[in-house]
Design a protein around this ligand. Sequence first.
Ligand code: F3S
Length: 405
Amino acid sequence: MVLGVEGMYLTKEEERILGGEDGWAKAKALEVIVKVGESLGAERLVNIEHAHISGVSYRNIGKHGEELIKSFADSGVRFSVKATVNPIGFDLEDPSSIPYATIDESYVGHQYNILTSLKAMGADLTLSCTPYYFPQVTSIKEGASVAWGESNAVLYANTVLGLRTNREGGPISLMAAITGKTYYYGLHLEENRVPRVEYVLDNKNNMDEADYGVLGEVIASIHEGINPPYLDISLDEISLREFLAALGAAGNLAMVYINGVTRGRVKKGELKKEMIYRKEIEDRREELGVKERPDLIYFGCPHAGVEDLRVIALQLKATKKKFDGKIVVTTSRGTIARLGKETIGILRSHGVRLIGDTCLVVSPFGYKGLRIATNSYKSLYYLSKRGIKVSLLSIRELRDVIEGW
Ligand code: F3S
């Protein structure tokens, strides 16, 4: 190893890349990673096995982001590791499918340019924020370092899959895909993955995914430091995903240690204990609950899995009502392909709008004053910032609201 200019130890190969022997694009990408790593105090880089690239929706990154990605692609550089990609700004099969959104030809063109550049560099265009449901990701060996953007996916990777990643921003996840490296810092180090505080719920009976979203908000507001909080809770896949997404939206956490889910040893006797009272969660749920008739009901943030769609279909089966696109679910193409005929049939016959490749947050959706109800704390968090009136509604509460619709 050799010492870099500012103090980070670099291998001969890394020095060679920085010197431009593999082209300017790879040198530039590595320089960015080294500089960020040095500013954080990282002593070296670490090889990664996969990257998940966020920040790819034209709505979010605009012309500058499009040009940055294009400049790398035009240089001829290729990704050094396999890379999946977060949702874009519309459904590729039907750009007009997002309600309350104006998507013109120019917007579509810019978004396609971004995709063309990513594809040219070797990206796997999964266009989903749930890369953890794709076999090319679940087959990565536990303990491997990866570089993922998208906070819900980062939490899932560290907490459930046993992968090691910090919460990378869109540009860093792109540079990491190009170089196959990131800085050895944060959750790549074992000592930062050990919980020190256990949060004890006085009553965890009968909690739904929206309750778990609120629990995520509560923990994010009180937990300090990078080490994961410890929880002894038992939750289904939908609640797990909504809980992790809420933690990521409401705070900076990148991992939780859930007993029975997260691998690794914990010295329970050494954990400091903090109580969380169910009353606090119930009061917040009440505050965020549906008070007026929503214009739209939204599920699928993070992208809905097969189980979500099966449970939504079960709720709808009991009614003969049709919803003419007023119930929207965003998901991945992979999940749509795996849906059973019965589920698809029920969703279609009830007029549920199933949208792929995008979501209401990363698309140009909504207007000030629009009322939506969702089971996703994360989408409530972000869509509320646009002036949209968002309330929380779990899937099991769906029937109560639609009966009066
Ligand atoms: Fe995914 Fe969009 Fe939510 S990218 S996590 S569905 S904000």
